[in-house]
Design a protein around this ligand. Structure first.
Ligand code: G4P
Length: 531
């Protein structure tokens, strides 16, 4: 296959995730996007899956939910000439480190903001992850059919809390009961709002001059409000700048209502046009270009499968370069083995099927029995280690209590394997050797004890800890590091890869310690295989 053909395939691809706070409308928007892509025929399909997921908490249900999330982890669909990979970023109870890690494997993101609430905490966290890679972000302000914040206040809120410049692409006319639609500032087209989930975007009414009396005919007294707001906007908002968007310093803004399918196609059209195709990825050895002839891929997520008896897992790999063809022989570099990828799967919105071919930006799934870890690299030839898919400092901590002390070895084995899968992070205190588990979402703790029981026959539960924050510790100054270790023995632990970790009782204490110890680096993320 020539590099030109590979290049053409890459240009067609868009791989992205949605960042939002629970209830902002991510599921609803996903569903509408899939409808446009023809990937689902009926509204309600994604939604039904979500509600079946949340009615649950016992183990069988967790299993069920895990099975479900295997197929919803990646949703591939076509739109116009584009092949789109939408990577699920679990929220609600499923919120976990995986949600962060998925974002390190996208080329762009869509941010959904509830116009009633503005920027909310989970969005801020996810934005922090996007900022690590300067991921370009398109923003959708949702729920304009309800009373919410004034659009200019939403912009100020985004700019202040997320430190990203906003460039409105369209402007809403009223909100709630007075919501009349949006005016596209670039195409100079008016889109009138009609309620109803199946509504598709009309071509729009071209109004190139806002003084056109047609605007008054269509909008009545709200025509003048629109004129005033747009005049105000000219001084207050930034014009769209493609380069700034691609650098992640500016976000184009769209307004609409996902549930009414209003503004969604406009968003999707702009997204496929502006968002970048799969780009180069960094490996320890060198930058790897997506259009290189040789195939390479990296594992970013491991999902335990539904059947605990088989301990079967699916590893999700992002293709980074070259062409994947069914049966391709690749080298699994960490274990130095060659494997033939005969049964890799690709995930469609409601289905999965065997992959025949795939290119950079595509996600493929491989069944394995625990031989794949997050961060593992697969290539046809060259030994590469991709970086940029790190561990993130956990936000919740529990001390594990083993009920039968004779099972300590099994506990250790189970925890190491589960941490390699990225299900949970495991730390051992330097003093006492206690196991402290760290997670980003609380559900991970339940899943961990259940999996310890069913897969490793280990009965364990949790006790509380005083720890609330953690950071990985590094320093070039050996003397200071030794001093630091001596001063903070009770707060130090090692993670599953033996990296030194500082566990603090509060963010305040962490910040204070950081100020006192400028020679020590306190890291929020840690690359796999770094130590
Ligand atoms: P999430 O995935 O981000 O958590 O949000 P989801 O799409 O589930 O939406 C959360 C709630 O917001 C849902 O209502 C959904 O119907 C509603 N919603 C989404 N988009 C819009 C919109 O444009 N306008 C209005 N008014 N509401 C919207 P719910 O009552 O929690 O669920 P349901 O009973 O509607 O399923």
């Amino acid at each position: 296959m020539s590099e030109t053909t590979i290049q053409e395939e890459i240009f067609k691809r868009r791989t992205f995730g949605i960042i939002s706070h629970p209830d902002a409308g991510k599921t609803t928007l996903t569903e509408k996007l899939l409808l446009f892509g023809g990937a689902i025929q009926m509204a309600g399909a994604v939604k039904a899956r979500k509600s079946s997921r949340h009615a649950t908490s016992d183990w069988m249900k967790i299993e069920q939910q895990r099975g479900i999330s295997v197929s919803s982890s990646v949703m591939k669909f076509n739109y116009r000439d584009f092949e789109i990979n939408l990577l699920d970023t679990p929220g609600h109870e499923d919120f976990s480190e995986d949600t962060y890690r998925v974002l390190t494997c996208v080329d762009s993101a869509m941010m959904v903001i509830d116009s009633g609430n503005g920027v909310e905490p989970q969005t801020e966290k996810l934005m922090g992850v996007c900022r690590m890679r300067n991921t370009p972000i398109v923003t959708f302000i949702n729920k304009l059919d309800r009373e919410g914040m004034e659009p200019l206040d939403i912009i100020a809120d985004i700019e202040e809390k997320l430190q990203i410049e906003c460039a409105p692409m369209s402007w809403p006319i009223g909100m709630g009961k007075r919501f009349r639609g949006v005016y596209n500032l670039y195409k100079k087209q008016l889109h009138l709002f009609t309620a109803g989930a199946e509504t598709r975007l009309d071509a729009g009414i071209t109004i190139s001059d806002l003084e056109d009396p047609k605007l008054d005919e269509l909008l009545g007294s709200q025509a003048n409000d629109l004129r005033d707001e747009i005049a105000l906007l000219e001084g207050a908002a930034n014009p769209f700048d493609l380069e700034a968007f691609l650098k992640g310093s500016q976000t184009p803004l769209f307004f609409g209502s996902a549930i009414n399918n209003f503004g969604v196609q406009e968003l999707l059209d702009a997204f496929v046009e502006f968002a970048p195709p799969p780009g180069a990825r960094e490996a320890k050895e060198r930058m790897v270009q997506p259009n290189e002839k040789d195939f390479s891929a990296v594992a970013f997520k491991i999902q335990a499968n539904m059947d605990p008896a088989h301990r079967d897992r699916i590893a999700f790999l992002r293709v980074c370069s070259g062409k994947f063809e069914k049966g391709i022989k690749v080298r699994h570099h960490r274990i130095g083995k060659e494997i033939a990828l005969n049964k890799a799967i690709v995930f469609m919105a409601q289905d999965r099927s065997q992959v025949e071919e795939a290119y950079a930006g595509d996600i493929i799934g491989i069944h394995n029995h625990g031989s794949i870890r997050i961060g593992d690299t697969f290539t046809t030839k060259e030994a590469l280690s991709f970086t940029g898919i790190p561990n993130f400092a956990p936000e919740l901590f529990r001390r594990i209590r083993l009920k039968d002390p004779m099972r300590r070895k099994q506990l250790h084995k189970g925890l190491v394997q589960l941490s390699e899968e990225g299900a949970v992070q495991v730390f051992r205190t330097l003093l006492g050797g206690d196991y402290i588990l760290g997670a980003v979402g609380a559900l991970q703790f339940d899943v961990t004890v259940e999996r310890l029981k069913t897969e490793y026959n280990v009965d364990a539960d949790y006790t509380a800890t005083d720890f609330q924050v953690s950071r990985w510790i590094e320093s070039d100054n050996e003397k200071k590091l030794t001093e630091f270790k001596r001063s903070f023995e009770v707060n130090l632990a090692t993670d599953a890869e033996e990296s030194l970790t500082f566990l603090a009782p509060s963010l305040w204490k962490l910040n204070y310690t950081m100020e006192q110890w400028p020679e020590i680096q306190f890291l929020k993320t840690r690359e796999y295989g770094a130590s």
